[in-house]
Design a protein around this ligand. Structure first.
Ligand SMILES: Nc1ncnc2c1ncn2[C@@H]1O[C@H](COP(=O)(O)OP(=O)(O)OP(=O)(O)O)[C@@H](O)[C@H]1O
Length: 339
């Protein structure tokens, strides 16, 4: 495993009238070469600030941000410009130059890097093709749709063959269909070009389709990390739970659990949804074998990227030993969480 980015004890405070705002507090994270890493969390959690430390747009108050072993936080001038050249970035609002054509926008980083006209022409043509903007090279941004503008943003960000792409809410200004297309394009950037991507998003749907691993931030701290599927199907921290609950509508929040606890009779369990649970009559078969009944009192199954997510909240009814046997048998085959 090659490590591409490592955050070591990264903290950031912004000065403010009523005292400093803590944007990041002692963040330790590591991003592997070739993966898509998602930073998720509520508004104000510190996601953008953390992302922007990678290319030096934001300097940590303390800690180190190592990109391929070099501490970006200490660099300035030419050295920082050099590192930035290997890091592309895309933004929610595209940040294109309105007076330049698609070609002109994509060519900017190549010109800055001193590419010849002929090389630039060839590279821009290749990029226009790659991002699916054939025939639009001489259009101006105002004649492009949001999705097309973001394609230009992506082409510009990868023009110089960076090893890292930072995406800050890159799909947040787009409708669902266009979001899907841009997610597909970012996946192609990752898989076909081998570019490591760090993506900040509040859209759980996007992170579930794009990221390999995620970190959940809350008030500047990392509260949970893991494989995207693990975190989305078994969120452990209340903050992750709240994010996932809002996405799948299938994982009860603490408040919902408490409310159901007052209303529902029977032994309450949550079954983590996986392929086994949804592909056959596992739960009803085990209930029959152990002579118990159950009611689904909460939850659901969301399917994203072909994988099922969610939890099923069950109230199990029967004699105590039967209920115990049923829960034990189910726990052997699926992940069962207490309420
Ligand atoms: N330039 C700045 N000056 C002062 N405070 C800032 C600045 N940038 C960010 N902050 C504060 O730092 C905290 C983290 O902000 P950040 O934008 O990183 O969060 P976020 O998780 O990306 O949220 P959002 O999705 O709303 O952008 C917030 O309290 C924010 O108000």
């Amino acid at each position: 495993m090659v490590e591409r980015i490592r955050f070591e004890g990264v903290s950031k405070q912004f000065p403010g009238r009523g005292g400093p705002t803590v944007a990041l507090a002692d963040v330790d994270l590591s991003v592997r070469a070739g993966e898509v890493y998602g930073l998720i969390g509520r508004s104000g959690a510190g996601k953008s600030t953390l992302l922007r430390t990678v290319n030096g747009l934001e300097r940590p108050t303390s800690g180190r941000v190592l990109v391929d072993g070099v501490d970006v936080a200490r660099l300035g001038g030419d050295e920082l410009r050099e590192v930035r050249r290997s890091i592309g970035m895309v933004f929610q609002q595209f940040s294109l130059w309105g007076s330049r054509t698609v070609y002109g926008n994509i060519a900017v980083p190549l010109r800055l890097a001193g590419w010849s006209q002929a090389r630039t022409d060839a590279r821009v043509a290749e990029l226009v093709d790659f991002v699916g903007l054939q025939g639009k090279a001489f259009a101006r941004p105002r004649h492009l749709s949001g999705g097309q503008k973001q394609r230009v943003g992506i082409a510009r960000a990868i023009a110089n063959q960076p090893s890292i792409l930072l995406a800050d809410e890159a799909t947040s200004a787009l409708d669902p269909q266009t979001t899907t297309e841009i997610v597909d394009l970012l996946r192609a950037v990752n898989r076909e070009l081998g570019i490591t991507i760090v993506v900040v998003t509040h859209e759980m749907d996007v992170v579930s389709r794009l990221a390999d691993r995620v970190a959940v931030l809350s008030q500047g701290r990392v509260v949970e990390t893991g494989g995207v599927h693990d975190v989305l199907s078994r969120p452990r921290h209340p903050e992750s739970l709240a994010l996932v609950a809002s996405f799948t509508k299938a994982v009860p929040t603490e408040e919902e659990k408490a409310e159901l606890g007052r209303e529902v009779v029977g032994r309450r369990i949550s079954v983590v949804v996986d392929e086994q649970v949804v592909s056959g009559p596992l739960i009803s078969r085990l209930a029959r074998e152990n002579q118990v009944d159950f009611t689904v009192v909460h939850g659901g199954v969301a399917r994203v990227g072909g994988l099922p997510y969610g939890q099923l909240g069950l109230a199990v009814h029967g004699d105590d030993p039967d209920v115990e046997r049923f829960v034990a048998a189910l726990s052997d085959r699926a992940e069962v969480l207490p309420w």
